[in-house]
Write a protein that binds this ligand. Structure first.
Ligand code: MN
Length: 278
């Protein structure tokens, strides 16, 4: 698939096990035009294996400059199956979150395809503002949606690490997808909850707006999350859209279109994974 416009992507990525964890159970893929972060869970290294398996299943998407939506759906499904197939101790399922963005083509125009399962996140910086594109699949997000707690309270809620969807879960992962037209100067951020649990969005926004180099931005974000406590593994990918033609800027619509509807461990809600570590 080709795009009729000249589009370049510049990216940077950084990951760290954090200040308290023995293992880094996050994995990431940054290749071609696909950028994903996976935050594994399951304990006893299963989380590490799960996030790595998911990323490996998605890796073939990195071979082309632009990927098809069906191809992405298919690979996410393959990632889920790969995590399901991991051999774990009885009563302990391996699982992983998955969040990220791929460059796709919609009617000849480049679009970001944002994908999410779980509580890793994808954001966009556009027009001088940081906007969270993905919506967490977590118990606290459900409480926020129901108006029972505020977003502020969610940050310290005792069940803040309980995810309601994950790759490798007993039921289908039901990933969410969003399409956003690509504009020159767009900057995408993909990260695990080890970043967002330590740094407020306003600080993340500030840093992304003052640091032009994506690799330096990714490293500085990880560094600040570590300095703020580093209670979990931290992974950050920063992707910049560059080299767009004027024609694209004139024609692409601005709005996004949704496709459809005391430790820092992320834990799945369903019983086979009770007490799983991330
Ligand atoms: Mn995490």
């Amino acid at each position: 698939m080709t795009t009729p416009v000249s589009l370049g992507l510049l990216w940077g990525a950084a990951t760290h096990q954090g200040a308290r964890r023995r293992l880094n159970e996050d994995s990431f893929l940054a290749r071609g035009s696909v950028f994903f972060v996976a935050d594994g869970m399951g304990g006893h290294e299963a989380g590490e294996v799960a996030s790595a398996a998911a990323v490996e299943a998605l890796a073939p998407l990195g071979r082309s400059d632009v990927v098809g939506v069906d191809e992405v759906r298919c690979r996410v499904r393959a990632a889920h199956d790969a995590v399901r197939a991991i051999d774990t101790a009885p009563g302990r399922g391996a699982g992983t979150t998955l969040s990220g963005v791929a460059l796709t083509d919609q009617g000849g125009e480049p679009y970001w395809l944002v994908v999410n399962v779980g509580d890793s996140r994808t954001y966009r910086v556009a027009d001088g503002a940081l906007e969270q594109v993905s919506v967490d699949h977590s118990e606290v997000q459900e409480l926020v949606d129901a108006g029972r707690i505020t977003a502020e309270q969610a940050l310290t809620h005792p069940r803040r690490h309980v995810v309601t969807r994950a790759l490798g879960a007993p039921d289908d992962p039901e990933p969410d997808f969003w399409f956003l037209p690509v504009h020159a100067g767009d900057r995408m951020l993909v990260c695990s909850d080890g970043l967002t649990a330590e740094l407020p969005d306003r600080r993340v926004a500030e840093l992304l707006m003052v640091e032009p180099d994506p690799q330096t931005a990714a490293e500085r974000l990880v560094g600040e999350a570590l300095a703020a406590g580093g209670r979990d593994n931290i992974t950050v990918i920063v992707v910049d859209a560059t080299g767009l033609t004027d024609a694209l800027e004139r024609t692409a619509p601005r709005d996004g279109r949704p496709d459809h509807d005391d430790d820092e461990d992320t834990v799945p809600r369903r019983s086979p994974w009770k007490g799983a570590l991330t």
